[in-house]
Design a binder for this molecule. Sequence first.
Ligand SMILES: [Fe+2]
Length: 187
Amino acid sequence: MTIDPILIIEQFYPPQTQLYQVLVVHSRIVTQKSLEIAEHLSGLDPDVEFIKTAAMLHDIGIFKTRALSIGCTGTDPYIRHGYLGRKLLDELGLPPEYGLVCERHTGAGITRENIVSNTLPLPPRDMVPQSLEEKIICIADKYHSKNPKYSDQKMTVESILESLEKIDDSHARRFSGWVKEFNLKQW
Ligand SMILES: [Fe+2]
């Protein structure tokens, strides 16, 4: 099954719009970063073809949410964009692995416990990256802001940990685990 992520994006984001630009630029950067990480982890044999497509689609759900600073004028809370992206890709009939990348990339993943204890507007289930490819794309996404205002900002492992700590300690701990597991500081 060959999937062209740009054709899928264009079904929901009219080219020429600001949001299309924001999404495609960010998705290309995250795809590039994911491939760079995958190369460092080639010994673990990540599925590079899958990563190329899934990373381009990880934020497909943002148009349904409200985040005016990046041009999202939908109605759902922004935190639902991964979950909504999964729903959308599932409904298009893509293999479930693609939707799971969307659902599990927010923060350093969101646990069922995070959702319940903070009454987050999400179904109460674990949304934490499980596969190597899910982890790679989630990590890559943390290096780059979608907001064009901050897109030049170079994130480091330290600054990512700092910003995850502001969301919740458990996010920072999970990311720390990946820093060790994948030696993220060594490159
Ligand atoms: Fe996202």
